[in-house]
Design a protein around this ligand. Sequence first.
Ligand SMILES: [Zn+2]
Length: 400
Amino acid sequence: MIRIWLLFLILSLPHELLAQQCGTNTIHKMLQQKGLWPQNKASHNTTSWPTDSIYTIPVVIHVIYATNAQNVQDLQIESQVEVLNEDYAGLNLDAILIPQPFKQFKSGDVGIRFCLASVDPQNNPTTGITRTFTQVNSFALNDEMKYATTGGHDAWPTDKYLNIWVCNLDGNVLGYAQYPGGPPETDGVVIYYKAFGKNGTAAKPYNKGRTATHEVGHWLNLQHIWGDDGNACNGSDEVADTPNQANSSSGCPVFPSISCNNGPHGDMYVNYMDYTNDSCMFMFTQGQKERMQTAIENYRPLMKNTSTNCAPLYQTIDYSTTIIPNPSTGRFMIKFKNAIPPTCLLQMFDLTGKTIYSYQVSGLESRYLNIDLGNVSNGLYFLKTEIAGKTYVNKLMVFR
Ligand SMILES: [Zn+2]
């Protein structure tokens, strides 16, 4: 009777994924057992790198599909790259939901950006996306999606690109990564096509792109926040500013969630390296940031300074603007939606298309910019804002 009810529950939630599992440590043990790992898990060099470094990593997405649905669309891929950039820049808007005691540990900008590669290994222009039809209905945790000979796609040179394979994965596995220091031909990240990006096939509660944020964290040498010790409280993620935590969290815990005598604030279940739902994880810590930057310096040196192989930096961030108030007297504020732009060009046109105002802005310190147009006539105007190759247009009414 219970079994029938459970079956009904599963059938009644076709778009809900029921269990989260990350296969990174499983694949790591398999590689070690096969003698394919040259050393123990990459160790953390204690050197602290300049924390204002910005690394831009070219990404290639290998879509491996057996059905049309698995052939995820460009829009879904772009939404994933956008999430990676927001989360690793610390610009994710949901960070306001971090419980107050954990806010002091938030990394801010991790200093890592991601772009779809614009040049392929043969030096030809590319969208940074490959698409491969496969006869394999679903892939196990065995790296077969990483080889053309087993129904997948060979990696692009893993010293120069972050390879992300998107495919149908077996056994409730949402994704897995290979830690730094392993076999180069399998280096990269694999994501289940229903836990990828924010639209299309992405299914609740893993439809905010955080599976990739988590797996790329492993790829940059981060370990699970609970130390993978199965409730023992003696394991560590080798990061000092994450609390000792007994086991993985699930769902969306309520603060505080205490384990391993870690009160009063308890587990940092809002950390990307836990198993919390996508909508309840919001942060890396400063210690995790240093560990990731060290992993790039020590293990992925060619990933540095590769932005020439990329679409322009910041291109995936939405800088759209709002004018407050509107109508105005000619004195108003521009609010940027998601981030402080590096530079931008503001231009104002009247209804005849004549430019009545032009201003090149650089080095803004906030998302708000105050403008005073002086003595322009009452009427309707257009404000054009150009940022990072994108153009945003607002209508503005001046009325005194
Ligand atoms: Zn994991």
